[in-house]
Design a protein. Structure first.
Lengths: 359, 135
């Protein structure tokens, strides 16, 4: 018996023959019809994902802004109401504890945190709130979160909410109403496509999910979510990101504002930025159809120069793609390398990231 | 999912079907469900001599990579080549997904002298294994 948590859509997934797997302490659907068709549906039309396992936390009180500025690498003070911003939570050594989204509201803030890091980040926030007047509320278990992603997303959600969410700019969110009940819709996602992420009270989770599917969105599991984010070269915590990696070498310097004022890890990240010897994140295109997997060694001739952090045959581009860390002298696009896949040395080339960018 | 009763099974999810002294080998529907749809298949060439448990090949999906093992002792006498990627030709392993117990067969192994299928699981025993693994 599994002791994992179940989202409000769990029974729907099981009833619709999803293959369920444990992920970050939850039982989640890895696929319904198949990773390939689900992935292609998102690139060509629209797919819908249960992402209720992601942790959702709200922040209120006069010191919410300073707490977030302290623990988040990106700037919060410069955010407009309704804006969403990606950034990292780092430790004092500049190692990444999580990558999160911060939402700014007229009345406070919210954050979406990786499922597997929920308890760690809540504890981290608890440490840093000491002496500050800030209320932190974990809303993960009260709300259902669904992502609708793909070029047809805008048309698909038309008329579903009290407000016209098609007017949302990318990385903006709005409180609105679904079936006369308050909810939040944001123009965000983790697939490389246009789309929305919607948070509703649990009582409306199944209704929202079924309405999106009735309007043509294809139910997609975490398998397609992983191949989509890989193709779009988005890092995944536990693979590209962990507490031994700093944001600069992870290729996320754009999400770090060293000049915004003091924050945890700032001095270490500043030092790391000047360190030109550390391995950096790169994209690899591998010859043939075999997938490189996490942990595969990357070589230049006879020399080990790095390690794969994620890899798969990618359904849309139909290429074997991988991300990994290599020594900086081997990181330039065009560099020829090889990847050891279970004893076979596969030819690979460094290519610019992202592998896939929507038109 | 039903596992045909005329086949024998390895605990590592290969099936074996005896016909004279030739054993047809594939992987079970359960294995494919766990793997998710196959994207790549590599198999040892015709002529390869195998002992039970020897590596027979590799199967990959978008999600994961698994080794395949020989269920019986013998020599590969035939390979389902259209499924196989051998570096020169791009195979299509889709039949493994669609008909794992039929068109998705992988190799035929001529039993070594004295070799049998007796060490393999019956369908009832294999069903029991899947049940005990919580499936």
């Amino acid at each position: 018996m599994s002791a994992n948590r179940r989202t409000p859509l769990y029974q729907w997934h099981v009833d619709h023959k999803a293959r369920m797997v444990p992920f970050g302490g939850w039982d989640m659907p890895v696929q319904y019809a198949g990773i390939g068709p689900e992935h292609k549906a998102v690139r060509s039309a629209a797919g819908v994902f249960d992402i209720s396992h992601m942790a959702r936390v709200s922040f209120g009180g006069p010191d919410a802004l300073t707490l977030l500025e302290t623990v988040f690498t990106n700037s919060v003070a410069t955010m407009k109401d309704g804006q969403v911003r990606y950034g990292l939570v780092c430790n004092e050594g500049g190692g990444i504890l999580d990558d999160i989204l911060v939402y700014r509201w007229p009345y406070g803030f919210a954050a979406v945190i990786n499922a597997s890091n929920r308890e760690k980040i809540l504890a981290w926030l608890d440490v840093h709130r000491a002496g500050r007047d800030v209320q932190i509320q974990d809303q993960t278990f009260d709300t259902t979160m669904v992502a609708v992603q793909g070029p047809r997303s805008v048309g698909l959600v038309a008329g579903m909410f009290a407000d016209d969410v098609s007017r949302l700019k990318y990385y903006y969110a709005t409180p609105t109403r679904y079936k006369d009940t308050g909810c939040v819709v944001s123009r965000t996602g983790y697939t490389g496509e246009d789309g929305f992420e919607v948070m509703v009270p649990n009582a409306l989770g199944v209704a929202l999910w079924e309405e999106l599917i009735a309007k043509g969105a294809v139910p997609c599991g975490l398998g397609a979510r992983d191949t989509l984010r890989l193709e779009a070269a988005m890092p995944l915590y536990g693979h590209e990101l962990n507490d031994t990696v700093d944001p600069i070498h992870a290729g996320l310097a754009w999400a770090v504002k060293l000049d915004k004022g003091e924050f945890v890890g700032r001095e270490a990240i500043r030092r790391a930025a000047a360190d030109t010897a550390r391995p950096v994140r790169v994209g690899l295109e591998i010859e043939g159809k075999r997938a490189a997997r996490e942990g595969c060694a990357i070589s230049a001739g006879a020399n080990a120069v790095g390690t794969v952090t994620s890899g798969s045959l990618c359904p849309w581009l139909d290429k074997s793609l991988a991300m990994g860390y290599v020594s900086p002298q081997f990181a330039a696009p065009g560099t020829r390398l090889s990847v050891d896949v279970r004893g076979s040395a596969l030819d690979a080339g460094v290519v610019p990231l992202p592998f896939y960018k929507r038109k | 999912m039903s596992n045909p009763s005329d086949l024998r099974y390895a605990p590592t999810h290969e099936w074996a079907k005896l016909d004279g002294d030739v054993v047809t080998v594939g992987v079970t529907a359960f294995a494919i469900e766990q793997l998710t749809e196959p994207t790549y298949l590599e198999l040892k060439p015709v002529g390869t001599q195998l002992q039970p448990g020897d590596r027979l090949g590799v199967i990959e999906s978008y999600k994961s990579t698994s080794d395949l093992y020989a269920p019986v002792a013998g020599t590969i006498v035939e390979r389902n080549d259209p499924l196989v990627d051998d570096g020169k030709r791009k195979g299509d392993p889709k039949p493994v997904n669609d008909e794992p117990f039929g068109a998705g067969w992988m190799v035929k192994i001529k039993l070594a002298p004295g070799a049998t299928l007796d060490h393999l699981l019956t369908s009832a025993q294999y069903d029991e294994q899947l049940a005990s693994e919580g499936h």
